[in-house]
Design a protein around this ligand. Structure first.
Ligand code: ADP
Ligand code: MG
Length: 674
């Protein structure tokens, strides 16, 4: 009973306790829920993302954070209960429909990129994900999103700047290519040095001149092998431009890759970039040919001036001598044979006559003497002088006369022509004290406009050439530049007057002709004089010239000539006619080029006298590698004189310099078809 009676009491107590426990637990739970709620609210507030909870059924917003409200510029209270669709927050309806479809089909959406309209009506790029949740017992979606507009803009800007960079890079590359092409088209050497005097850029012309590849030049000062004093002068001048910025021009002599001395004019200009870095731009021009022409011109001018002076003095002097000689003759007539005064007077008269002879030579040089020109057959003059000349030159010298049979006539004073021949023959004799060979030759020759370009001394037209060659001592360039000056002689006192060639020069000029000398020390000398040929022949020859000049060819020709002007001209003439021309400046280069050339070479045209290896030396070497190669020799000497230069085989084809276009092309054709 006790137990029965005590039981309900215990039960109530227990229940009470349990209720108490439940209440406590409930309070605890409530607190937890409240705390979680606060947490979530804080998380939503602090979140850098946009957070919203929407009901799946109608898309209405049940919760949204402040950041989202700020983005759209709509108060949170107004957003809640409405939907993004109703509020027109989607920028692109197609995007909106696609997202809604995805959520409907898959129940969620992850990492979707969509566009929303912000408070200013601007488009915002949003990256968002939505997951299903239950909220207040309803099926909802919680979406979390980030505004990636700035990121997107940055990426786009980056891409654009990358594209622009590529474009600029392309433009720079293109400009560089363009500039390179221009630089390489220019015949002058162009190069750029930095402040350490090291080359940072060169064009093709520079590489050709130095015979080096571009990467062998870059980084050097470009002055390898140049004498020390020249290097110093160049460097000092470069430094001056670097320091003062005063641009300048410098002229000097430099060797090209073959060791040939060239006159070089270099223009220097300073370039300073935006960072203040300085570079020297240098443009070098090879002015060797220009210098030669200038020297020729100055020489002609000098001769002209001396001529005027000598002619003028001689003229007055001649009148005085006339008086002296005339009166001494008159006085002599009045004096007895045995008279003491007569002996003295005879000496005066004799000296006066010699002075008159000298003056007449000076007059000839000054082109002041009276000429009695006639139509002259040069061959006849030479034949008439034959025996006299033989006597003059003596027996140690072999004498050959080769006159052209159809030689045209000239208009000149025959006595003066004799004087020219005499003077030249005497000089040739004097140049061969131990004997040798002397040849006189005549031939018709025609100069076209093209031929004339090579020399400032000729005019186009028909000519008769008189050539006098010897195998004597020859002359160096310095001597050659003075020989026509009156009183220039290398002969010992009493032997030479130095008036022989001056007289020749004067007569030739006065007869409208030209004189040309070709000589090398130890190799003999050839003088060539061109007199204008009389018209009838001119017409015939002109016609012949034109017909023959068009003979074309396709063969390959190796052209070896150390005189650049002649080589360039011959090469151009032949290339224009269709021949392939390999040019070489000397025998060694010719051998190298032949070895490198894979195809057949039909003809060798070579100068006879060249530094290093002679023409005939080259021929015998080439015959070993290229048997059957045809040869045409060219030389400033006449063919009679070249026996001395090792060309023993007189059957070899030979062409005299200077040659006309017609002479070269017809000779080449003749040799090729022989
Ligand atoms: P000259 O004979 O009185 O010396 P020229 O005017 O005839 O005077 O010649 C001038 C100079 O030209 C000579 O002294 C000589 O040096 C040089 N010369 C002329 N002809 C020849 C030649 N055929 N060979 C070498 N030197 C020559
Ligand atoms: Mg002389």
């Amino acid at each position: 009973m006790t137990s029965c009676c005590s039981r309900p009491e215990t039960d109530i107590n227990l229940l009470h306790d349990e209720l108490e426990n439940l209440r406590r637990e409930n309070n605890e739970l409530k607190r937890h829920v409240q705390e979680s709620r606060e947490w979530f609210i804080e998380i939503f507030k602090a979140s850098p993302g946009l957070i919203a909870i929407t009901r799946i059924q109608d898309g209405n917003i049940l919760f949204i954070n402040q950041l989202s409200a700020d983005l759209h510029g709509i108060e949170r209270e107004k957003l809640i209960g409405s939907s993004t669709v109703k509020l027109g927050l989607w920028a692109d309806p197609l995007q909106r429909d696609a997202v809604i479809r995805k959520i409907r089909d898959e129940g969620k959406a992850h990492n979707c990129e969509v566009d929303f309209v912000d408070r200013d009506g601007k488009i915002r790029n949003i990256l968002f994900s939505a997951n299903p949740v239950t909220f207040n017992g309803e099926s909802c979606l919680i979406s979390v999103a980030v505004d990636i507009s700035i990121h997107k803009r940055t990426v786009a800007a980056l891409r654009e700047s990358e594209e622009r960079f590529l474009l600029i890079n392309n433009t720079i590359n293109e400009s560089r290519e363009y500039l390179n092409q221009i630089l390489n088209c220019i015949g002058d050497s162009i190069f750029v040095k930095d402040e350490n005097h090291e080359i940072v850029l060169v064009n093709d012309a520079y590489c050709r001149f130095s015979g080096q590849k571009r990467d062998e030049i870059i980084g050097t000062n470009g002055l390898e092998g140049v004498p020390e004093d020249v290097v110093k002068t160049i460097m000092d001048d470069d430094e001056r431009v670097f320091e003062t910025g005063n641009e300048g021009e410098e002229e000097g002599v430099l060797s090209d890759w073959q060791g040939r001395e060239r006159n070089i004019m270099t223009k220097k200009s300073l370039f300073t970039d935006n960072n203040g870095k300085k570079q020297l731009i240098l443009v070098s021009r090879d002015i060797t040919e220009y210098k030669k022409l200038e020297a020729q011109f100055l020489q002609a001018q000098k001769m002209e001036a001396i001529g005027i002076l000598a002619g003028g003095v001689a003229h007055d002097f001649n009148n005085l001598l006339n008086v002296i000689n005339g009166y001494s003759e008159l006085a002599l007539q009045d004096l007895d044979q045995g008279s003491h005064i007569r002996k003295n007077l005879e000496q005066i008269h004799y000296a006066g006559e010699r002075a008159a002879a000298l003056t007449s030579q000076l007059l000839a040089f000054g082109r002041k003497q009276i000429l009695r020109p006639k139509v002259v057959d040069l061959n006849r003059v030479i034949t008439q002088m034959g025996s006299m000349l033989r006597r003059l030159i003596g027996e140690d010298i072999q004498f050959a006369v080769r006159t052209s049979r159809d030689l045209g006539q000239i208009h000149a004073d025959p006595v003066k022509i004799q004087q020219i021949i005499m003077n030249l023959v005497v000089n040739a004799r004097d140049a061969m004290p131990r004997g040798g060979e002397l040849a006189i030759k005549t031939v018709n020759i025609d100069f076209s406009e093209e031929d004339v370009k090579l020399s400032s001394l000729r005019k186009p037209g028909p000519y008769v050439m008189l050539a006098i060659s010897d195998s004597g001592v020859g002359m160096d360039v310095e001597t050659q530049s003075h020989i026509f000056e009156p009183f220039f002689t290398t002969k010992e006192m009493g032997k030479g007057t130095g008036l022989g060639l001056a007289t020749v020069y004067g007569i030739v000029k006065q007869s409208n002709g030209f004189i040309w000398v070709y000589s090398e020390p130890g190799q003999g000398t050839t003088f060539k004089i061109y007199f204008p040929r009389l018209e009838d022949d001119a017409l015939n020859a002109g016609g012949k010239d034109k017909e023959a000049a068009v003979k074309k060819g396709t063969e390959t020709i190796l052209l070896v000539e150390d005189e650049e002007g002649v080589r360039t001209l011959a090469s151009r003439i032949l290339s224009d006619l269709g021949y392939s021309v390999i040019e070489a400046g000397d025998g060694f280069e010719a051998l190298r080029l032949t070895e490198e050339y894979p195809d057949e070479i039909q003809l060798l045209i070579t100068d006879v006298v060249m530094p290093g290896m002679s023409g005939s030396g080259l021929v015998s070497k080439l015959e070993e590698i290229r048997p059957g190669l045809k040869t045409l020799y060219i030389s400033g000497y006449t063919d009679d004189a070249i026996v001395h230069h090792g060309i023993q085989d007189s059957n070899r084809a030979f062409l005299e310099k200077p040659f006309s276009v017609y002479q070269l092309t017809s000779k080449v054709r003749e040799v090729l078809t022989s």
